[in-house]
Design a protein around this ligand. Structure first.
Ligand SMILES: N[C@@H](CCC(=O)N[C@@H](CS)C(=O)NCC(=O)O)C(=O)O
Length: 277
């Protein structure tokens, strides 16, 4: 966003927010855009004073437990009957698990924490049998924090919820929404054409049609949105295409686009952008 709007990907001020504090920060304008792992839901979109941009990661809630407690990749929600479950407060997670446990006839004790660090400290120390949140976060925490003397497993194979994650901003600010949304779309479209930070300069020098427009050449639409013509050229050059950003951040923890909902639409996934014209 900083590369698109200010021409400098480094011109950004990151503010760390707990799950409970994040929506107030958007409503008050303390942050211009809330990123990372906020799920698009009906209530957040309608009554909480926010609008949602394009989904950048199709996630889903799963559970994580110790193999030594008898859990495996084929465990189901019904199998957590009698368990202590740790999660973050102010999330879709706590609501989903309470609902899913009720439906599966599992009686659980839910412990809510402000930060994820507290969740995993408690889980590692044995204060809870189960942790639950978006599957991507479980995979990340497992890769980073599983102690050598424990084996953690993630289940059920099919997530218990849909967690579409993407940018969120204050409602009724159409110009800002356009800038945020089209930055995401440009990254998706450039990925479809195989344009990367490494080849964007050369590609833009000779590009035609849709790529040329996104590069800021013939028929470009960025200036009509209040951005500079080369806004998306800068995004790809300084940050990368959708695929590059995905691979850079998520491959290291073992998450790959292939065969997932986060593959491009031409590869059977859900990542899709309206045309740049
Ligand atoms: N996607 C869900 C869950 C988000 C969530 O649980 N976030 C937690 C855990 S991944 C978090 O960001 N914690 C911040 C932290 O502890 O650093 C939502 O939007 O409610």
């Amino acid at each position: 966003m900083a590369a698109a709007v200010l021409g400098d990907a480094g011109a950004v001020h990151f503010v760390a927010l707990t799950a409970t504090a994040r929506f107030t920060a958007v409503q008050t304008g303390d942050v211009d855009v809330l990123m990372r792992n906020t799920t698009w839901t009906q209530s957040r979109d309608s009554s909480v004073g926010m609008d949602f941009g394009p989904t950048t990661y199709y996630d889903g809630q799963q559970l994580m437990a110790r193999v030594s407690d008898g859990f495996s990749g084929s465990s189901q929600v019904a199998d957590i009957d009698g368990s202590v479950v740790c999660t973050n407060v102010g999330t879709t997670t706590e609501k989903n698990i309470a609902e899913a446990a009720l439906l599966a006839g599992a009686e659980i004790k839910l412990l809510g924490f402000e930060t994820s660090d507290e969740v995993y400290e408690t889980f590692i120390a044995g204060g809870c049998d189960i942790t639950t949140t978006d599957g991507s976060a479980l995979v990340g925490r497992k890769a980073k924090q599983m102690p050598a003397d424990q084996e953690w497993v993630i289940f059920p194979a099919t997530p218990i919820s849909k967690e579409p994650l993407g940018p969120t901003y204050g409602q009724n600010d159409s110009a800002w929404a356009d800038a945020v949304n089209w930055t995401v779309y440009a990254m998706i479209i450039m990925d479809e054409y195989g344009v990367t930070s490494a080849n964007v300069d050369a590609t833009c020098a000779t590009a035609e049609a849709e790529v040329a427009r996104l590069c800021g050449g013939d028929g470009e639409l960025q200036t009509a949105m209040g951005l500079s013509a080369d806004a998306f050229h800068q995004v790809i050059k300084q940050v990368g295409s959708y695929g590059e950003v995905y691979d850079r951040n998520l491959n290291p923890v073992g998450l790959y686009r292939e065969g997932s909902a986060n593959a491009g639409w031409l590869d059977g996934g859900l990542i899709y952008s309206p045309p740049a014209r």
